[in-house]
Write a protein that binds this ligand. Structure first.
Ligand code: 89Y
Length: 341
């Protein structure tokens, strides 16, 4: 199979890991990179052996022969880059969150549909090894019918050290982390019928909320509580960036706890096993579980691009996640539950 040629749009914090992920999978070649600050594009190009770098995306598209673009720029630019790619009939892979608002996300889907090109969202969280395993156990029926779940990512990790722009986001934790965790809620339990959300800002020097609690009722009748925090506080066991999950079902329970341990309890007792992520030398050990999930996620997206499979996180699918994020903001503002179905 020939290698698909792509351009990386953006040379920020996540680009290095996504490029390493593409390399790990094989079947693609990054032939060019854009960043509005040329020196950043050049530095990333030199590090990854990318032959051409640009500070003008139009020039890049005029000069390069591409099979797709990978948009890894700030969220406020995603629609413009997707529109540009669509004008050249180039399939789009786009970083999460898809867009800063539901309206823009819907426009991106419409623009790509009208151009007849795939829009695929690089939503990696649901590809974490223990989360895939939780889904397998759930689907296997080991705990019967699930009726309630808690999904949490509560951490004091200084997330702003690596991603300083997050400090200035007026919509912070629900957009940045909630996009992932609410997507996991959909992956495990299906679509929500309604939700209620409360938020807090604990850091005094940031623009957005750093704590959120979302309670979802799914169409299938499961109550799911999502707890998020980057409050910078001190916790006995800081689990960044591990997601903990507790699911109660009619015949038992599943608990994904720290260190990727899954315990399944049924009338026969408890069986526990660890599902650590694979280790890649390019991954930051502090983010291992997250960085390693980029590999199966991008492999899944590539299968859609080379027509050997079907992507899970299409733009259309991810619209439902974007809808949950913005319904959560709406609920937090109004103090009311928001109906979704
Ligand atoms: O930006 C976020 C992401 O996508 O994964 C973790 C993170 O880096 C901080 O919440």
């Amino acid at each position: 199979m020939t290698s698909l040629r792509f351009a990386a749009m953006g040379a920020g914090f996540w680009t290095q890991f996504q490029l390493a992920g593409w390399r790990e999978i094989g079947g693609t070649t990054c032939v060019a990179i854009y960043n509005r600050t040329e020196s950043k594009a050049k530095a990333m190009a030199e590090r990854f052996g990318i032959p051409h770098w640009y500070s003008d995306p139009i020039e890049l598209l005029d000069r390069e022969t591409l099979d797709f673009v990978d948009i890894i720029t700030g969220v406020e630019t995603h629609r413009d880059f997707a529109t540009l790619a669509a004008s050249r009939n180039l399939p789009v892979v786009c970083q999460k969150p898809m867009a800063p608002s539901l309206r823009e996300a819907e426009e991106m889907v419409a623009i790509c549909n009208a151009a007849g090109i795939p829009l695929l969202i690089n939503e990696n969280w649901r590809w974490q090894r223990p989360i895939r395993e939780v889904k397998r156990i759930l689907d296997n029926g080991d705990i019967g019918e699930p009726f309630r779940a808690r999904i949490d990512m509560i951490s004091g990790f200084p997330v702003f050290d690596n991603q300083p722009f997050l400090r200035n986001e007026k919509e912070f934790i629900l957009a940045d982390l909630g996009s992932h965790i609410l997507d996991v809620a959909r992956f495990l339990f299906g679509e929500a019928a309604q939700l209620y959300c409360q938020t807090h800002r604990v850091h005094t020097d940031i623009a957005g909320e750093d704590v959120a609690t979302v309670m979802l009722d799914t169409i299938g009748g499961v109550t799911v509580v999502v707890e998020l925090a980057y409050a910078g506080n001190h916790l006995r066991k800081d689990k960044f960036p591990e997601t903990c999950i507790f699911i109660e079902g009619s015949k038992g329970s599943i608990e994904l706890s720290i260190h990727c341990e899954i315990s399944v309890t049924t009338k026969c007792g408890t069986v526990s096993r660890k599902y650590p992520p694979p280790r890649f030398e390019w991954a930051d050990p502090a983010y291992d579980i997250v960085h390693s999930s980029i590999v199966p996620c991008q492999a899944n997206l590539l299968s859609e691009l080379n027509k050997s499979g079907v992507a899970e996180s299409t733009g259309e699918d991810n619209l439902q996640t974007v809808r949950l994020v913005h319904a959560s903001y709406e609920s937090a503002r109004s103090g009311q539950a928001v109906r979704l179905a």
